[in-house]
Design a protein around this ligand. Structure first.
Ligand SMILES: CC(C)(COP(=O)(O)OP(=O)(O)OC[C@H]1O[C@@H](n2cnc3c(N)ncnc32)[C@H](O)[C@@H]1OP(=O)(O)O)[C@@H](O)C(=O)NCCC(=O)NCCS
Length: 160
């Protein structure tokens, strides 16, 4: 079944992380999460529209969102595009970034999922590579800070 956004329904799932066995819950974001997200969001803009479109998921710890990922169902070349990913500083390096990208992969199964990241963002590149994404190109020096944007894709037609 496809949702209004054209992708499979997002499913809440527990994500076992490595910090003393604490569990983070991955779920679809809702309007009540906006304030919490704004506290740690380093990306531009506001997540209100993505949440309204059911295109944003959060990782929740102790009832509080500590990370989110968002996507556009038809973001680039007709394919879904993972647009923003941000983990609160205190919750980083515990696997939440990876878990959120895995959650979007579930939602985008049957499609080619695309994303991009700056050349200096080693963590994102590590996550993409370890999950089987391939680098499909780059735009040299395109970012405001002069960095190069790397583009990645994963073909989810055969998976899940
Ligand atoms: C990038 C970001 C989302 C990663 O989230 P995270 O939850 O810390 O990542 P994970 O814990 O899933 O780590 C994934 C991998 O990256 C590695 N990693 C995480 N932070 C790293 C860093 N600063 N430098 C190098 N490697 C790093 C982890 O060790 C792990 O590698 P491994 O699989 O070899 O162990 C997070 O650092 C963040 O929100 N940064 C600010 C916003 C941002 O840059 N977003 C991405 C823009 S495209």
């Amino acid at each position: 079944m496809l949702k209004e956004n054209g992708l499979a329904p997002a499913v809440a799932m527990p994500a076992q992380s490595s910090d003393c066995g604490q569990t983070a819950k991955i779920r679809l974001a809702n309007e009540n999460d906006l304030v919490s997200i704004a506290r740690f969001d380093e990306m531009g803009g506001c997540r209100q529209q993505e949440i309204a479109d059911a295109c944003c998921m959060v990782a929740e710890r102790k009832g509080e969102p500590v990370a989110y990922v968002s996507f556009q169902p038809v973001g680039l070349l007709g394919q879904p595009l993972l647009t923003y990913l941000c983990v609160a500083p205190a919750a980083r390096r515990r696997g939440l970034g990876r878990k959120l990208i895995e959650a979007i992969q579930q939602t985008a199964r049957g499609r080619m999922l695309l994303s991009s990241t700056e050349d200096w963002c080693v963590a994102s590149q590590k996550i993409f590579t370890s999950l089987g994404w391939r680098k499909i190109g780059e735009l040299t020096g395109v970012n405001k800070d002069g960095s190069t944007e790397y583009f990645y894709a994963i073909d989810l037609h055969q998976k899940g």
